[in-house]
Each structure stands twice: as C-alpha cells, then as structure tokens.
Design a protein around this ligand. Structure first.
Ligand SMILES: Cc1cc2nc3c(=O)[nH]c(=O)nc-3n(C[C@H](O)[C@H](O)[C@H](O)COP(=O)(O)OP(=O)(O)OC[C@H]3O[C@@H](n4cnc5c(N)ncnc54)[C@H](O)[C@@H]3O)c2cc1C
Length: 142
C-alpha cells in the first residue's frame, strides 16, 4: 500500500494476522519498522563485546551511521542522524553501548510522549538478552 509518504502510518495500513494471533501491518508501518529497528539496535548492543577490538568499534560506529542514513522512515533516520552527531555512540564496552542506545531511544520516547525505560544494564539485559521475565512481560509499564 502506497500512502505517498516514505513510510505510512499504521492507521492507513491493512493488518495481516500471523500464527499466534499477532497483528502485523503489511507492508510494515512506521511504528512496526520503529519496533523492529529498536529491537535490532538493542539486541546488537546487548551482544556487544565487553572488550571490543578497534576494528569491532569501528564497524559498530559505521553500522549506526549507516542505519541512520538508510532507515526507511526518512524523517526518523534524519532525526536519529542529528542525535548521533550531538551524542556520538559510546563504544568502549557492552554496558556503554547498551546504555547509549537506551538513552537515544528514551529521547525519542520523550518526544513521542511514550514512557522512558530504565537504562541500567540489568534492566536492558532482562529485556534484550536474557529472555526471562520481564522480557515477556513489562518493565515499568513498557
Ligand atoms: C532510530 C529510530 C528513530 C525513530 N524516530 C522516530 C521519529 O522521529 N518519529 C516517530 O514518530 N517515530 C520514530 N521512531 C519509531 C518510534 O521510536 C517507535 O519505534 C514506534 O512509535 C513504535 O513504538 P512502540 O510503542 O511500539 O515501542 P518502541 O518505542 O518501538 O519500543 C519497542 C520496545 O522497546 C522497549 N523499550 C522502550 N524504550 C526503550 C529504551 N529506552 N531502551 C531499551 N528498550 C526500550 C520496550 O519494551 C518497547 O516495547 C524511530 C525509530 C527508530 C528505530
């Protein structure tokens, strides 16, 4: 479905129901691409090395920049790119990049009037790495 914008809002997009009963927009909406995008960024950060090589840090830095420039919601990607310029990724270890990614996400959450997430490694690991509750439930209503 083409709404004439880079990526359409969820309200304009028909839903497909997949196994398990989840409704997923088809094609993906701005909101679902956002969810998938954050899922990828947080999950990569959750598996970042504790002691990365310079090559690893460089690759991650390039990935974040490429992500912001190729994200299909162009206004979101442009905004993210500006945020990265002001607060470049912290790449020294897993905790730094996990917390940095969380803080970036919280800036967007605040702009969209969504609740902010607790940016501790413990909360982030529960949500994005360990797969135990509250991974499948909620943390502070998120
Ligand atoms: C880089 C990027 C920039 C974006 N910019 C915009 C924009 O400018 N305008 C716009 O309308 N939309 C933007 N979006 C989309 C927006 O952020 C949401 O993804 C979208 O509105 C769907 O929101 P959601 O409520 O499903 O949860 P999402 O915000 O997508 O979050 C998904 C899940 O992540 C967890 N979570 C929430 N906050 C955090 C956090 N701080 N740290 C770790 N985990 C967390 C929660 O469990 C939540 O359910 C952007 C997305 C990305 C990836």
């Amino acid at each position: 479905m083409d709404c004439g914008e880079d990526i359409c809002e969820e309200a304009h997009i028909p839903k497909t129901i997949y196994k398990g009963g989840n409704e997923i927009p088809c094609p993906p909406s701005k909101q679902s691409i956002g969810r998938f995008g954050w899922g990828l960024l947080h999950t990569i950060a959750a598996h970042y090395p504790d002691d990365p090589s310079d090559d690893w840090k460089d690759k991650h830095q390039r990935f974040i920049h490429a992500f912001s420039r190729t994200f299909p919601c162009k206004s979101c990607g442009y905004h993210f790119h500006q945020m990265i310029k002001e607060k470049p990724p912290k790449l020294e270890n897993r905790e730094q990049i996990s917390v940095w990614t969380c803080e970036m996400h919280n800036e967007i959450n605040a702009m969209l009037n969504k609740p902010v997430f607790p940016c501790t490694l413990e909360s982030l690991d529960l949500r994005w790495r360990k797969g135990k509750p509250p991974c499948t439930a909620t943390i502070n209503n998120l």
